[in-house]
Ligand binder design. Sequence first.
Ligand SMILES: [Fe+2]
Length: 404
Amino acid sequence: MKTEKREPEQYVDLGHSELENHLKTQAALYEKRLKEGTAANKVAAFFATNLLGFAYHYLKSRFGPKAAYQFYPSNGDDGIYPMHTYSDTVTLALVSDWATDTRESDQIGYLIRDHDPDYTIHLGDVYFVGTPEEIATNFTDPDASWHFGKHGSLALSGNHEMYSNGTAFFKKLLPAMKIRKGPQIATQQAGFFCLENEHWRIIGLDTGYNSTNRPLLEVLFKPDCNLRDEHLNWLTEVVKLNDPNDKRGIIFLSHHPYFSSFRDDHPVVGRQLKKAFGAAERPVLWFWGHEHRLSFYNKYGFSDGIQAWGRCVGHGGMPVETNPPDRGHLGQLLFYDQRIRERIRRRDVGYNGFALLSIQGPAIDIKYIDQNNHTVIAERWTVDPMGTLSSEILEVHPEVTKYE
Ligand SMILES: [Fe+2]
């Protein structure tokens, strides 16, 4: 009870913090940037066929040793953060492949700000290659359009952060990711985390660190993105994912997809998680990015891995792909946003967007919001006392058709 009574005081404390002041400064600069359109890049520069552009940034930054892996405990932090809110609903914005410093990424950043969530989480990929300058223009410059949630922000690494060896991800981005931990403000210490309350655990997984290995070769022969041993130890020994008495609903976040009907699967991660769960294994909801599209899957898993309902939200800031699926797991694909926003350089480009989670007790309402602030899909997830998840679709944009 005592802790709950202190909430307003903590809010006041936070109100005077560096984080809150930063938010206020940003609000003024957002307007300026919105009006003057000062984003440095054009979204067309990020087409997958822009090989020269990519090669330039890649070759400039790719060589040299990989940044040392950071893991918990670190500076007294165990990477577990209790969820906070000032109302009865915790709100959380998830956005992936967002950091392009384009007009589109600004638009999504401002929209997230307008929804004023408690938390904001980036699921990885800072373009082109996650250099200190790219972290600054997207996240930490006074007029950067990343919106810091009222109770904080967290970030995962994608493959692009690792194309510059991950140094700026660990040394620039993570120190900027501040998050409430009880009465304290913590700074993200590792590329994974657990945000939790009585009913839910939202666990960010680091598939980025092992998404690169040998320069150049990795572009052709893609690494399997496995979770490091330190990460797996944290899942079992600190998070205690294997505790059969813990029946909270599990939501995973990662940059790379567990499975896909469009591009590569990453089955090894699901296999590692099965082992980490042990007897406590249960199907999970899993958000990922990496593919620049919005897509929804029914429950699926490889025979030696966990079962998951997949949600791809990689449509944060890159040119969004709208092409139909052309490979495996087609039976599991429920929806994908195939709507065309415009043609840029004779290519169809879809709508950017993000996911907004509203967590209230055992239920989570999730809205997938596009750059025009329209709801593409709305769904509700519920966890029962046995830790079993169920869901229903609440709304589908009239131009989005069910995949069959
Ligand atoms: Fe990626």
